[in-house]
Design a binder for this molecule. Sequence first.
Ligand code: 5GP
Ligand code: MN
Length: 345
Amino acid sequence: MLTKVIEQAKIDHFSKWFVRADKVVIVSHVSPDGDAIGSSLGLYHFLESQGKTAHVIVPNAFPDFLRWMPGSKDILLYDRYKDFADKLIAEADVICCLDFNTLKRIDAMEDAVAASPARKILIDHHLYPDDFCRITMSYPVISSTSELVFRLICRMGYFGDITKEGAECIYTGMMTDTGGFTYNSNNREIYFIIGELLSKGIDKDDIYRKVYNTYSESRLRLMGYVLSNMRVYSDCNAALITLTKEEQGKFAYVKGDSEGFVNIPLSIKNVCFSCFLREDTEKPIIKISLRSVGKFPCNELAAEFFNGGGHLNASGGEFFGTMDEAKAVFEQALAKYKPLLTANG
Ligand code: 5GP
Ligand code: MN
């Protein structure tokens, strides 16, 4: 049995909308990850099974290793099909906002979603959600939005209608947001849910292989190169890896190739904080990814130094300037947080 994480009044409220809604739009954040796509498609498959007309719309492309997911071919990319997507958003009965806590995270879609007269519901697990939806289901203690989608469907009384395809999507989001159940994954109910998803016929080992073991040769070589230039700050229990646009060019870089790199330095003994600085291919910025283990709040550091935010152990931000300037800011941040980093290591 699962704990009732989502308040009953919110389940009842959404159930009322659900009965009457025909056209449902699901939106998720820019540069969608496994949980953004997994939760969106998990909900999409459920809505389709109930005879609703559902569309998943995301701001831009998602990584290749998620393309196998059932329903992924039907996802609309806003940066390619803006006019059609704007029409769907404007005419929707209900808009489900998944895996983000502020409209800024859906980039160019922000205005269209804000202006739509549709009823809006937020289903998310990021801290401090903005108040932009009539129903806000925000539970930062839950490790993925996909898990919340599973909980919502079950609480509405439709566990029996979850298909194998829907279960595969939900499992993928739960798996990717916990690094294959290696962090934020001590809640035993996660494993109860996995048992339920397995009862739908999913092959969890095959999903793992499709997500984590289908990279290109050039990505593996890029990883070797990036790690060979890694800088370890032993006195701060921290490590830094970087990737410039020029270096990306040498390794036939495609979007998503550096996914997961930021976690690797955490496998060094005593390193409890890792930073990855990458020159963006689309915008003139340095994209920052931060990861920590234990209590070190990398979201606070991201907010203070990199105009960003996120979770305690996984956060990010953006920097307007050169790679050298970003490195200098990172080292300033290290100096400031050194007492906390050494206490945590
Ligand atoms: P990643 O390193 O995988 O890009 O991001 C990890 C987490 O950090 C995301 O799930 C998100 O919560 C947060 N994050 C990443 N980039 C940004 C950003 O630019 N601004 C904010 N507020 N959060 C971010
Ligand atoms: Mn998530």
